[in-house]
Design a protein around this ligand. Structure first.
Ligand code: NAG
Length: 402
């Protein structure tokens, strides 16, 4: 169309051209897109699309995943300080794990832990948790999540530079980097919740994918990588060199300078996503409240009496239904946040800010089913799937409130 855009009378010229003449260049463009887009190897297809400034094209269902794909396996890390051995999972952990099953159907969901065999056995059979009490969520996690695999890991005591690693969070940082480096897949913190299918990301040809967080650092709570990707190899080396006990020096710190450098290399080593993609919101009090805060003026999604077998409503998450200009304000109040561009909701736990959200202590089935906060609305489809599968019962709504 550039051809006609200069000089006066361009529009008139355009009108005089017969539709048949216009059809020829249009058809050529169309067929070259189809041919280049479909019949070439995946990597050249990617460069074709990036020529137009676009991101990775989603892989059509009909095509087998590219050999370059990041494997469809998920990694959670749950390690204990010395002495504590029994699992004490809560509903929020089940919610995070089950979301990956619900949206991704992974080939494997790994739970990497240093718990001893006996504790794993107790959790699997009796659901025994801390203090010998039966824990429903232990039982569900170990018995009802398809493809869950428990992998026992050694937790490092020192970094490569000889510095002692004393903090449990830092031990987890080392374990997560090492397991994803060796196995490939998607790492998730337990406060990260899948919101949609990520296969277009996993299959777009990049070796590693990370996301920014508030103020621009690259976050290590959610990431994707093929095994032995350049970034994971280099990150592992660096974290072992620079570890000094600083909170994020070896994690987000290293990633934030190393990631962008490797992103500039040919071959698609690293893709860095904007903040909303994986880490919308933040650890700050104001963001805790925006995410978890109760909107009491909005009616609960739960009827006054609710018993097993009663249906829970479905809310379609389509752009048409939710985000058109004629948005139904009753269904979608002004406070509701649009997570359309979020793949994984890293919902930083407000617990670190000591209960900053009025009326909210922790994530319970009732809190999610009521749909009175942004968090509840975002994860509701997963909780509903649990209820529909008989895993969460009406009874659970009135338990574990504090
Ligand atoms: C909502 O109600 C709860 C009690 O159910 C209360 O603790 C909380 O402060 C209320 N939140 C707001 C924002 O009014």
């Amino acid at each position: 169309m550039l051809l006609f855009s200069n000089g006066p009378g361009a529009a008139a010229k355009l009108r005089r051209l017969s539709p048949r003449l216009l059809f020829v260049p249009a058809a050529l463009v169309f067929f070259s897109i189809v041919l280049l887009g479909r019949n070439t190897s995946f990597s050249s297809r990617r460069s074709f699309f990036s020529f137009f400034g676009g991101a990775c094209p989603p892989t059509p269902d009909s095509q087998p995943p590219s050999p370059n794909a990041i494997p469809n396996q998920v990694h959670f890390v749950h390690i204990f300080n010395n002495g504590v051995t029994d699992f004490d999972f809560q509903f929020k952990h089940f919610l995070s794990i089950y979301a990956t099953h619900h949206y991704w159907r992974p080939d494997a969901i790994y739970l990497h832990t240093n718990a001893d065999e006996a504790a794993i056995e107790r959790a699997q059979t009796e659901g025994t948790g801390k203090g010998g009490k039966t824990n429903k969520w232990n039982k569900l996690i170990f018995n009802s999540v398809p493809n869950l695999r428990v992998n026992r890991v050694e937790v490092p005591k020192t970094a490569g530079n000889g510095m002692a690693i004393n903090v449990i969070e830092h031990k987890s940082d080392f374990v997560r980097t090492e397991v994803v480096r060796k196995m490939g897949g998607v790492y998730l913190d337990f406060d990260a919740h899948a919101l949609r299918d990520v296969s277009p990301l996993r299959e777009c040809g990049f070796a590693a994918i990370f996301g920014r967080q508030l103020h621009g650092q690259i976050n290590n709570g959610v990431f994707f990588s093929r095994k032995y990707s350049l970034l994971l190899n280099r990150w592992w080396e660096e974290m072992n060199k620079v570890y000094n006990g600083g909170w994020t020096t070896h994690g987000n710190g290293v990633l934030t300078w190393l990631g962008p450098r490797l992103a500039g290399m040919a071959g698609g080593e690293v893709l860095i996503l904007e903040q909303d993609a994986l880490n919308p919101g933040s650890w700050e009090v104001e963001d805790n409240i925006k995410l978890f805060g109760l909107h009491n003026e909005t009616a609960s999604n739960l009827p006054a009496t609710f018993k097993d077998g009663d249906p829970l409503p479905t809310y379609l998450d389509t752009n048409e239904e939710r985000w058109t200009l004629v948005r139904d304000k009753k269904k979608h109040p002004a406070w509701e946040r649009d997570y359309s561009s979020t793949w994984v909701l890293h919902a930083f736990d407000p617990v670190r800010n000591r209960d900053p959200v009025p009326g909210f202590k922790h994530i319970t089935p009732r809190y999610v089913f009521e749909r009175k906060s942004n968090f509840a609305r975002a994860v509701y489809p997963v909780a509903k799937a649990m209820y529909d599968a008989g895993l969460v019962k009406a009874d659970d709504l009135y338990k574990g409130e504090d």
